[in-house]
Ligand binder design. Structure first.
Ligand code: ZN
Length: 238
């Protein structure tokens, strides 16, 4: 058996679970593997994009063999080839363009409204649930799962997005803030802070350093702890 086939076979169960869980009309691009698949029917996949390089093509051929055993088939009649990337930045660009196709295809489960078009300007990191996990030393530790809850403007359905997915659909800025009472604490990149200082717009009285909780003592995400934030008061309050 060829090497690529062995690699895929090792992950047979993971591939099967992934394909089974995909909705019809959704896409899949294993990170950095150089191809994009779409599920068009229950057991039918289409190769949409792929880097025209023999390692990618051989890998796809291995995947085809595996999915055939799992009862799926992959068609490549309408495939669009991408040129072999000239450097790692180019490879990243291609990977990002595949990711963008996937993200643009995310829809509200209630009415198919595109997730990327949903307004997130009043969405803040929300504690979804706290679970107990075993850490590396075998101790039980609490783990907080944060998400971003988007409201569909068309049907009112709420979509809870993981932090990673939200970053892909709406960027990082809205993730780096919390709302405490009627105050928003927005963390900035170092570049934004530098620009504020250089332009003379920096006003220390409007900034606050966050500790392990919000100023009123509420839980905040780990990535907000220790952030130097700009405060703004919400109009109308709460
Ligand atoms: Zn909807």
């Amino acid at each position: 058996m060829e090497e690529e086939n062995v690699e895929w076979m090792k992950n047979a169960e993971w591939v099967k679970n992934h394909l089974d869980s995909m909705n019809v009309d959704s896409y899949w691009s294993p990170d950095g593997m150089g191809f994009l698949l779409k599920k068009v029917e229950d057991k039918q996949l289409v190769l949409v994009r792929c880097i025209n390089h023999y390692t990618v093509l051989r890998s796809i051929s291995g995947l085809k063999t595996l999915v055939f055993d799992l009862g799926y088939s992959i068609s490549d009649e309408d495939i669009e080839f991408d040129d072999v990337p000239i450097n790692s930045a180019d490879a990243e660009r291609i990977n990002d363009s595949y990711k963008q196709i996937i993200v643009n295809n995310w829809k509200c489960e209630g009415c198919d409204f595109p997730i990327v078009e949903m307004d997130a300007s009043s969405v803040f990191p929300t504690l979804i649930e706290t679970t107990e996990l075993v850490d590396d030393d075998g101790n039980m530790v609490e783990y907080d799962w944060w998400g971003m809850v988007l409201l569909c403007p068309s049907c009112g359905h709420e979509t809870t997005m993981t932090i990673e997915n939200f970053t892909n659909s709406h960027g990082e800025v809205l993730l780096h803030r919390i709302k405490d009472g009627n105050t928003i604490y927005q963390a900035h990149t170092r570049q934004v802070l530098v620009d504020l200082v250089e332009s003379g717009e920096y006003d220390a009285s409007k900034f606050c350093l966050l500790g392990s909780t919000s100023p009123s003592g509420e839980k905040i995400p780990l990535w907000m702890q220790g952030q130097y934030c700009e405060m703004s008061i919400l109009e109308g309050g709460e």
